[in-house]
Write a protein that binds this ligand. Structure first.
Ligand SMILES: Cc1ncc(COP(=O)(O)O)c(C=O)c1O
Length: 392
């Protein structure tokens, strides 16, 4: 992996599940180039800089289509983050009287829109998970009803790292005639996702986590044939069919009202190209090596308890733990102040899984999440610091 300069000496960033840092150098260069040299809106003017901006948007969609093996670039609409993409999907797909099946593993970006929809008459069933944060496909099947419109599931837990059996769940949705929404915020760029073989109808993801783009980017994929079945949450100018005061009916403009985050998309275009060059398989191997090192080292610290599946091929590179005698927030603060190690503490916006694990009232967990530029030395430094603090 390329070495990337870090401006803050002695800083070890291990919160890539929140947002990835650092980004590949080409991301910074693309954003700077867009800002200084182009600066024009995409999809509006016909002059050269506007045409070049439109070309960046087209290339970014093409990269996404290649990365996810989708039917075409126009299946991807840009959103402002993973939460925004989930909101577009959930509010677009569900109306009062519909039933939706979701899981206890979900992030608040799924649970909160569903709560609002429930208050408006959508029926919501939340399927439980096991101690490792895994959801059983049978439990999803049992929760189905005649009026089930949607199954909405995260691809991997942002707390325990457990990868969900989404292929089986997507098959269940298909057999039941329900739509399937996949929250790929923690897996896009981390795991291979092939939309030609995984029958999900909607996929929402952040652009700024595993896709290595900047904050302020997100993506919604919509399966062909569904565009008009989804209501729009926002309406406005798209630079297309301007004579009509109705929102376009087709992807991607149906969900892209107003000017786009061009600086962000320029960064996401560069990051997705970088991922295609590096290969998701290679990134996954690096992440698995670090996760294995982390889990092995943590098991040697008797005061530490980790969560999630034991096998690294059943999880993503997110490792949560509690340490005897340490409230997670205090431990994170000391790791930062004394060792320059940046990790996340708390409920990670996923309250139900913490309830399931019985730790929602004790401050949740401390979460360590390496990224593509994390080194084994940095993981070792984190293990050493945790060992010293836990035994002291
Ligand atoms: C599983 C999961 N879904 C959705 C989100 C929301 O993503 P964003 O921060 O891009 O809105 C996150 C972010 O932490 C997440 O972990």
């Amino acid at each position: 992996m390329d070495a990337v300069l870090k401006d803050m000496p002695n800083r070890i960033y291990l919160d890539n599940a929140a947002t990835s840092f650092p980004k590949p150098e080409c991301v910074y260069a693309a954003m700077d180039d867009y800002n200084r040299r182009l600066g024009a809106a995409a999809g509006r003017g016909a002059y050269r800089s506007a045409a070049e901006a439109s070309d960046i948007v087209r290339r970014c969609r093409r990269n996404l289509a290649t990365l996810f093996n989708a039917e075409g670039p126009d299946r991807f609409a840009f959103a402002f983050n993973g939460t925004d993409a989930l909101n577009l999907a959930l509010h677009g797909a569900l109306k009062p009287g519909d039933h939706v099946v979701t899981t206890a593993v979900e992030h608040n970006s799924m649970l909160r829109p569903l709560r609002v929809l429930a208050d408006r008459g959508v029926e919501v069933t939340v399927v439980d998970c096991d101690e490792a944060g895994r959801v059983s496909p049978d439990a999803v099947r049992e929760a189905l009803r005649l009026e089930t419109r949607l199954i909405a599931v995260t691809h991997a837990s942002n707390v325990t790292g457990a990868i969900q059996p989404v292929a089986e769940i997507a098959d269940i949705a298909k057999s039941a005639g329900a739509l399937m929404l996949l929250d790929a915020a923690q897996t896009a760029g981390h795991l291979p996702i092939d939309l030609r073989s995984l029958p999900v109808d909607l996929l929402a993801t952040s652009g700024h986590k595993g896709l290595l783009g900047p904050l302020g980017t997100g993506v919604l994929y919509v399966r062909p044939g569904l565009d008009e079945q989804l209501e729009t949450v926002r309406q406005g100018g798209t630079g297309t069919i301007s004579e009509d005061d109705r929102q376009p009916t087709t992807m991607p403009t149906r969900f892209e009202a107003g000017n786009m985050n061009m600086v962000g998309i320029a960064g996401l275009e560069a990051s997705t190209r970088w991922i295609l060059d590096a290969g998701v398989g290679q990134l996954r191997r690096h992440e698995q090596e670090l996760t294995l090192r982390l889990l092995t080292g943590l098991r040697e610290i008797p005061q530490v308890r980790t969560f999630g599946p034991a096998a690294v091929d059943e999880r993503i590179g997110v490792v949560s733990l509690v340490a005897e005698g340490w409230p997670p927030h205090e431990l994170a603060a000391v790791l930062d102040a004394e060792f320059g190690i940046e990790v996340r503490a708390g409920l990670h916006c996923a309250p139900r899984i913490h309830e399931r694990l019985g730790i929602s009232k004790t401050g949740g967990t401390l979460r360590i999440s390496p990224g593509p530029f994390t080194t084994t030395d940095e993981i070792n430094a984190c293990l050493e610091a945790l060992g010293r603090l836990s035994s002291g």
